[in-house]
Write a protein that binds this ligand. Structure first.
Ligand code: IPE
Ligand code: IPE
Ligand code: MG
Length: 246
């Protein structure tokens, strides 16, 4: 029996973020080049996106390419950018059919023009969709995001648009790439690594974590359900005592 029936749809993470890791190791296990792992990783993306939408998750954020990933060999970076363009082209219909809105976070300007163009088009064509917001973190680095926010906020202070005393959590939130998204409730990282790798550092302040040894191309719907079931068994206290929560 599928684990799906064990999920309480009244207690889903409102914002699920996934660090999709392990494509390279998966390919190596098959005696193939890393590109083969990335290609197969796109299948897990499709399965996960559709399963999340079906479940009723409102916000899904996928870490697809970090600011640090630019330091990989040029051939691998080029392959990833090509795969991204192809997936955007291929999956536009899937997004429309499932009423999913595409969003992106990260340093948009640093992406190749061809990626910018395709991404803008899919974002535009899905902008009125309401079932789920799918955010791709592309050329994304949390520290860069925070630096940009600090620059924007200090410029406003300098120009007397806001006062120093008015700076609070909501002002910081409003200057992040994620300004229109709620805080992250659950982070899943595949491949057995237990680290954050510069992902959503501010937004995960009270997130729950789920680390799974499965490599991203092998990540299945059932693995997603396992993660959500684990999340639903936890007591989120936000600093309070257990008695206060009950
Ligand atoms: C995740 O898989 C995809 C990206 C970071 C773009 P990796 O490419 O990091 O795979 P491993 O971690 O080397 O196995
Ligand atoms: C994190 O994976 C980035 C993405 C999944 C896009 P990496 O494979 O780049 O992370 P590290 O370098 O192992 O921490
Ligand atoms: Mg990796």
């Amino acid at each position: 029996m599928s684990l799906l029936s064990a999920i309480n749809t009244d207690n889903l993470p409102r914002h699920l973020a996934i660090i999709m890791d392990g494509n390279g190791r998966w390919a190596k296990q098959q005696g193939m080049l890393r590109a083969f792992g990335h290609e197969n990783g796109t299948k897990s993306v499709k399965t996960t996106v559709e399963a999340c939408a079906k479940l009723g998750i409102e916000n899904l954020t996928l870490y697809a390419f970090s600011t640090e990933n630019w330091n990989r060999p040029k051939l691998e970076v080029d392959t990833l950018m090509k795969l991204l363009i192809n997936s955007l082209k291929k999956e536009l219909e899937t997004l429309i059919k499932n009423n999913i809105r595409l969003n992106s976070i990260g340093n948009f300007e640093s992406l190749p023009k061809s990626v910018q163009k395709e991404l803008s088009e899919v974002i535009e064509r899905t902008k009125n969709n309401t079932r789920m917001t799918l955010t791709l973190a592309l050329s994304y680095g949390s520290r860069e995001e925070i630096i940009n926010a600090v620059k924007k906020i200090t410029t406003k202070v300098k120009n007397n648009i806001i006062s120093i005393d008015s700076i609070d959590e909501s002002i910081i939130n409003n200057h992040l790439y994620t300004h229109n998204l709620p805080d992250v409730d659950l982070v899943i990282r595949t491949s057995g690594e237990h680290r954050i790798s510069n992902f959503l550092l501010w937004q995960i302040a009270y997130a729950e974590f789920y680390f799974i040894d499965v490599l991203w191309p092998d990540f299945s719907e059932e693995n997603l359900y396992e993660a959500i079931i684990s999340y639903q068994k936890r007591e989120r206290r936000f600093g309070k005592t257990s008695e206060q929560i009950k």
